[in-house]
Design a protein around this ligand. Structure first.
Ligand code: SIN
Length: 277
């Protein structure tokens, strides 16, 4: 990965997050611009863009340059756009998407590679930031004995307790639906960079089957708190028409709901990934 010729990339912190400028995400991306955005994502794990104007089709086309788009297992998209996830909160909201730390849909056997969120409405009072934590930086900071202890362990990630009943306000009756559940290594290796990272999160991860329930709970509590320490984080302050593109294999994120009853609204596409190893 060399210098960038078609975009500008300004790191927000040394570990995670960069602001990218000089690109129109709504237009067709040339091969070099695509490659440089991909390289920047591999290096910085989450990229931020300002003043982007994309229709739903353009948003999907941008995401699709990076891989096949995923359809969310619970939330229906707008008419004709099943690959679009609506992100919306207002004075009627009882909860918002992503308000606990997570890697998107980690309950899938092949969890998403990345997600691209475009916000159209941001709260006038400020707030509604998204926090991202580098799970690779968190892994690197562990002691060698802890790394060795974790190496053979797996964890169960379940969608049922997260999604069941959640989309009733969008007309979804999921009484007969089976939500995904998957078993993943606790330490995963990034398929592109080769970097090891911690792959458990407080939203989806329910237990470590190799341990007793008490051991499992204590270790998950330790790991989920460790991953999101402030020194592994970057915090993005949204403006209208900002975009965040994150690598779900490298970071976890948390949507801060500190703006009730104001409106925050936009759309996300999610790019399919591989089975973690
Ligand atoms: C999500 O994709 O988990 C929501 C992120 C956000 O609304 O900031």
């Amino acid at each position: 990965m060399g210098a960038y010729e078609t975009i500008s990339v300004d790191p927000v912190t040394p570990r995670v997050g960069a602001l990218v400028s000089g690109v129109d995400l709504g237009g067709p991306l040339g091969n070099q611009q695509f490659q440089e955005i991909h390289d920047a994502l591999m290096r910085h794990e989450v990229l931020f863009f300002r003043d982007q104007h994309m229709s739903l089709d353009q948003h999907k086309a941008f995401g699709a340059r990076f891989g096949e788009l995923d359809v969310h297992p619970g939330s229906p998209g707008p008419d004709g756009h099943p690959e679009i996830l609506i992100i919306h909160a207002d004075e009627n909201s009882k909860r918002v998407a992503g308000e606990r730390w997570h890697s998107d849909v980690s309950c899938l056997p092949e969890p998403p590679m990345g997600s691209v969120l475009h916000l159209h409405v941001v709260p006038p009072c400020g707030g509604g930031d998204t926090l991202f934590a580098s799970a690779g930086a968190a892994y690197d900071a562990l002691s060698e004995p802890m790394k060795q202890f974790l190496a053979p362990l797996t964890a169960i990630h379940s969608g049922d307790h997260v999604y069941r009943g959640r989309y009733a306000h969008q007309g979804v009756d999921d009484r007969d639906k089976v939500y995904p559940e998957a078993q993943h290594p606790i330490v995963r290796t990034h398929p592109v960079t080769g970097r090891k990272s911690l792959f458990v999160n407080e939203t989806f991860t329910t237990r470590i089957p190799e341990l007793t329930p008490a051991e499992s709970r204590a270790l998950l509590d330790f790991l989920t708190a460790h991953i999101v320490k402030p020194e592994f984080q970057v915090r993005f302050k949204w403006a209208e028409n900002s975009v965040a593109f994150w690598d779900n294999r490298a970071v976890q994120h948390h949507a801060m709901w500190d703006y009730y009853p104001e409106v925050r609204s936009g759309f996300r596409v999610t790019i399919k990934g591989d089975r973690p190893f």
